[in-house]
Design a protein around this ligand. Structure first.
Ligand code: HEM
Length: 384
């Protein structure tokens, strides 16, 4: 059953991009019946085509799939030429993608089905439409089929990423309970142990690893959560969100006694960003900068200013300390890559994902005076 809302706004955007407007419909109008008359034949030919392919034959030979598919595909072909992309047709089309995912049908075969449908339609154009109209009609039909492929792909991506997400969330949920139980028991055992004994140190190590797993679960939930809904950008004050992130980092025992005075000149003190995403990005960046700063004289600074791209504001957060050796962004941003013994390897991938969701960019480079500079470029609020 599909509980995923149908993304009409996105589907209508595809329709607009493909210029499947009233004019295109008018061009096709006199010839629609020729296509509709071939609906049954389309269903039959579609099934013959996929029966000849070993990998799809076994799907069609299951239960009543074959006669049903012949009927279903005939109906789809008829609806394609009679329904003018109504909301009802969009729902029907999108849900066919859901059905295919539920059947574990390889999306490549669905795309092959559209290629076959295109050849079938071109044959009708060649055989039935007057030569001077053929090019125009074929062009509209191609765009209609391109649109169907986009809808099927949209539905496939939405449904498969929902399955992946549910799987990851399920694992995170299952792992969380044992982590809590292990943590509680080890803490109890440690209390009864002599702090000078090797067992005490061993418990300490287990607790640290347990905490890392706990953080990992939190980060995984944050990472997968970012795929659930589109970002909802709002005007956000950088000072407010940096302050929130700073307080959070202080609570974690970092940046204690480090002078903190972000420089946010007027005109570069606000960004258009989803508030939750901004909060998460600044927390992770600040935490990373604080953890990696020189332990003797830690320094973390933040300053905003213009970006290379005039549509973005650049917020640079830098630290001092050891300059990271290789700054290969692909490596740094790949999930679970971490140079810190207790790192989850998800902090910067989350920041990068959140930046991209908000049409921004994350970059990282060595700080000439030692340490690193993390640049977060985010959209500028429109000037009135
Ligand atoms: C042009 C490509 C395709 C289109 C437009 C299409 C369209 C549809 C539609 C509209 C449904 C009905 C959804 C519903 O009412 O729930 C459906 C179901 C189904 N499709 Fe596809 N399909 C395509 C490709 C394929 C391919 C390549 C196969 C496998 C060979 C396939 C196998 C099935 C099966 C088994 C069902 C379930 C039939 C039933 O039990 O009602 N489809 N498809």
């Amino acid at each position: 059953m599909n509980h995923e809302p149908i993304p009409f706004e996105r589907l209508n955007f595809f329709l607009k991009q493909l210029e499947l407007d009233h004019q295109a419909q008018e061009r096709l109008a006199p010839w629609r019946q020729y296509f509709m008359d071939q609906s049954h034949e389309f269903g039959r030919e579609f099934c013959r085509y996929f029966l000849a392919i070993e990998r799809t034959r076994h799907i069609l030979e299951q239960g009543e799939n074959l006669p049903r598919l012949e009927k279903v595909l005939g109906q789809w072909f008829h609806a394609l030429f009679s329904e003018e992309f109504s909301q009802r047709f969009l729902t029907y089309l999108w849900n066919s993608g859901v059905r295919h995912v539920n059947l574990s049908l390889d999306q490549r075969f669905v795309n092959l089905g559209y290629a076959m449908a295109r050849q079938f339609c071109h044959r009708i154009v060649d055989e039935k439409i007057p030569p001077d109209q053929q090019e125009g009609v074929a062009e509209v039909v191609d765009r209609m089929l391109d649109f169907c492929v986009l809808v099927a792909t949209d539905s496939f991506i939405t449904m498969t990423s929902r399955c992946d997400r549910q799987m990851i969330e399920g694992i995170a949920h299952q792992v969380r309970n044992p982590i809590t139980i292990i943590g509680g028991n080890i803490r109890r055992l440690q209390k009864k142990t002599d702090p000078a004994s090797p067992a005490f140190l061993a418990y300490e190590m287990v607790l640290k690893e347990n905490q890392r797993l706990e953080r990992m679960m939190g980060d995984i939930a944050m990472y997968t959560g970012m795929f659930q809904e589109d970002a909802a950008p709002q005007l956000c004050s950088l000072a407010d969100y940096l302050d929130l992130a700073h307080r959070w980092v202080l609570q974690r025992g970092l940046m204690q006694g480090v002078a903190w005075q972000p420089e946010l000149p007027s005109g570069f003190d606000q960004v258009l960003c989803d508030p939750q995403d901004l909060e998460a990005m600044l927390r992770y960046v600040l935490e990373n900068a604080a953890e990696a700063a020189d332990p003797e004289r830690p320094l973390v600074e933040a300053a905003s200013g213009p970006d290379k791209d005039p549509h973005l504001v650049c917020l640079a957060i830098s630290n001092n300390g050891k300059t990271p050796e290789a700054m290969d962004m692909d490596e740094i941003l790949s999930p679970f890559h971490s140079t810190k013994p207790m790192g989850t390897g998800l902090g910067l991938p989350i920041v990068s994902l959140a930046a991209r969701r908000n049409l921004g960019v994350l970059s990282l480079e060595p700080n000439p005076e030692g340490g690193a500079v993390c640049r977060l470029s985010l959209p500028f609020p429109p000037k009135d």
